[in-house]
Design a protein. Structure first.
Length: 41
């Protein structure tokens, strides 16, 4: 099995946001999301 690493683009944002939102290590607060969805723009 090989892994291909590529540069992320805007079309990847929703999937990357989902990963970040569900990864506790990316959180800066126990009560706030790691990033507001409006910050994608």
């Amino acid at each position: 099995m090989s892994i291909i690493i590529r540069e992320a683009n805007f079309e990847d944002f929703d999937e990357l946001y989902s990963i970040g939102a569900n990864t506790p290590e990316f959180r800066v607060s126990a009560n706030e999301p790691f990033m507001d969805n409006s910050e994608k723009e």
